[in-house]
Design a protein around this ligand. Sequence first.
Ligand code: ZN
Length: 315
Amino acid sequence: MALPRGVVIHPDELGDLWLSRLKHSDIRTVGLHPVGGKKADESLEALRLAVLRGDFDKKFATLRQMGIEVEYEMHAMSWLLPRSMFVEHPDWFRMNEAGERVADFNLCASCDESLRFVAARAAELVKILRPTTHRYHLWIDDVRDSFCHCSKCRKMSPSDQALLIYNALWKGIRTVDPAATQCYLAYQNTEPAPTNVKPEEGIFLEYAPFDRDFTKSLADEACDKNVHEVAPLPELLQCFGRREAKVLEYWLDNSLFSKWKKPPQFFHLEKEVMRADLNFYQQLGFEDVTVFACYLGEDYEALHGAPDIDAYLKQ
Ligand SMILES: [Zn+2]
């Protein structure tokens, strides 16, 4: 059986065009992804308020009628731990390589108070942003080399620090949703498997191969970049198991190919790469695959016509 497929789009892109595409597709899940970067906390808060107001009620009802699930995939750390907390609690924040506590990214993963605080905030957040699948995707900050260098954290890899945070978030979320699972996002610095921290039972693997070559299949052993990118997979799958193991891919990510800047560029889907990758992931035992599909909405069609993406949308 083919892997169930999903798409991840920006909240403002979920409109008539995408709903019509989804109606005639085999897509099983829509992930809403508030824009990341420096204002990730603001875009997340805007989405939270919009869902709270009921702005998405009709769209979600339409998706439900189609049998399509809704999830949220988002860089949540700056919302979970507002930088303004630094004044009162500098020790909750990370230490940079120069030995200074800084309120730029992430947190001190060895600070129990900080972890308890973000766990409680996660519980608050998911009272509103509640996926229909019980699968949660609250991610740490989207910045390389943004981990803690305090005397305790220094002994841990970025992956171990990230897993401590994800374990804490899961514990918070399950107080609201006892059936919750939370991802460990293997992405950039956190692609190597954690070694000294064990995942709690509700943690699943989400693998996002951002540093890959998008023009070659991951199974292409002549592509050094992709060989390097997939090297951590056996250990990741061993650490987290295959249950709920999920791929987050970029085959349809026209925001990436447009360098996250509008207007959207013309998009060409590398169908052979995508098919070979899907086969590769299936053989490894992944259970689920989703893909960023941002910058392919109404403004795209107005400029370039309908994108040729049925090879992904229809199985
Ligand atoms: Zn620390």
